[in-house]
Design a binder for this molecule. Structure first.
Ligand code: SAM
Length: 400
């Protein structure tokens, strides 16, 4: 759909990423400038640099990222002529309509073309999208954009009122998506356009429940089945890294363990030294040598006659693997919104017992944002022509 070259060329459409909330399209036109609160840039300076580059402004203050367009970025950057579909809904609709490479799809209306770009990429050159828009200016703007973005072979845009005049294809498409104020008026037309040799799908996007009810009635009347309504809602989760203060008791326990470990190492070194001397001596005398006895003797001697200290080797776990407060937290637990709530990943054990730790925590935002519309899906089962009635016995006798 867009340039696949590594470097930006004059005439390319690029996406300028200023901030997460400020993303805009730009056609590279040498001789023109791009100015924003993040600095001053010459288009000519962007020619020849690789897509994805971070570019410093000419004044040295501020920078931009110059990205290759994708349908996702286009949705974030496109000029709005209508309300548009965003990625959460687009992804859900594409998946539930089973739209894939090679699919033949109808959408109405085209609006600002946000959904169209994603579907065009998904169906690819072996599929097709028929898009309908009854607002003339919007239709011609979208047509221009589709042409500029190299989508002419994949998308056919028709200026038409689909509720009144229906679609331009019959028994042809795998899926229909209706983003119209009165989708129920287009349901019968959609049925005509859907292919009848396999199960096909429809989705209607409506912002309020009254519209959903009317659409469900129309779908039922038209013989659609599996009618199901969904709503996609976004719940933002704020993830950050915070230092964790360990309780004094745990720090002291870790220090003791480290001390024991050091002591154990020292004992082993002493034992190893003694063992080699003693072993050699006994071997010289012809006495069988028991390594364990020598180890114990050496340890007792080094520890001033006391019992040997238990080491990490004996219980099989290295002393460093003592659970820390961070590790003890339940990674799926949510707590008060005001506090860091969820541990996203346990930290690796720190190299020093008292090294400050940082853990990843996530805070679930209390409010759920993102209601755009309700999505009503339904299926149309393959059409089976009624079986020929069996000839009656009398008719069979009369037959020549
Ligand atoms: N899905 C689009 C997108 O992602 O950019 C946005 C669609 S916008 C909300 C709805 C569009 O439907 C409007 O542009 C409107 O002009 C068009 N429309 C409304 N009724 C129509 C009809 N009966 N036939 C064709 N288009 C219609």
């Amino acid at each position: 759909m867009w340039s696949t070259a590594r470097e930006i060329a004059a005439g390319d459409l690029v996406i300028i990423w200023l901030t997460r909330d400020l993303v805009q399209p730009l056609i590279i036109t040498p001789g023109k400038d791009f100015n924003s609160k993040f600095g001053h840039y010459r288009h000519a300076d962007l020619v020849g640099i690789p897509y994805g580059s971070k570019v410093a402004s000419r004044t040295g203050k501020g920078f931009i990222h110059v990205l290759r367009p994708t349908p996702e970025l286009w949705t974030m950057a496109l000029p709005h002529r209508t309300q548009i579909l965003y990625l959460a809904d687009i992804a859900f609709i594409t998946s539930h309509l089973n739209i894939k490479r090679g699919s033949r799809v109808i959408e109405a209306g085209t609006g600002s073309g946000s959904f169209s770009h994603s579907v065009a990429r998904t169906v690819g050159s072996i599929g097709h999208l028929w898009s309908y828009e009854f607002h003339e200016v919007r239709a011609s703007k979208a047509r221009e954009e589709f042409a500029r973005h190299g989508m002419n072979d994949i998308v056919t845009l028709t200026h038409r009122n689909v509720c009144k005049d229906g679609f331009t294809v019959t028994d042809a498409v795998d899926a229909v998506f209706l983003d119209l104020p009165a989708p129920w008026e287009a349901v019968e037309h959609a049925k005509v356009a859907l292919r009848k040799d396999r199960t096909t799908r429809i989705c209607c996007f409506s912002p309020c429940m009254e519209q959903v009810m009317r659409t469900v009635n129309a779908l039922n009347d038209a013989g659609f089945t599996e009618i199901t309504m969904y709503e996609t809602l976004l719940r933002p989760i704020d993830v950050s890294h915070v230092p964790v203060l360990q309780p004094v008791g745990e720090i002291s326990e870790k220090l003791k363990q480290a001390e024991r470990k050091r002591e154990d190492k020292r004992l082993k070194q002493i034992a190893a030294g003694r063992q080699s001397t003693s072993k050699r001596k006994r071997e010289d005398e012809g006495t069988p040598v028991k390594d364990q006895t020598i180890m114990e003797e050496a340890a007792e001697e080094a520890a001033g006659g006391s019992k040997r200290i238990k080491t990490d080797d004996e219980d099989g776990a290295p002393l460093d693997a003592v659970p820390t407060p961070a590790m003890d937290l339940d990674p799926h637990e949510e707590s008060d919104a005001a506090l860091p709530t969820t541990v996203a990943s346990p930290p690796a054990p720190s190299p020093s017992p008292i090294a400050p730790k940082k853990i990843s925590v996530s805070k679930v935002m209390p409010e759920v944002r993102g209601h755009t519309s309700y999505l009503t899906f339904a299926s149309l089962q393959p059409f089976e022509p009624p079986a020929e009635p069996a000839p009656s016995a009398a008719a069979a006798m009369l037959a020549p």
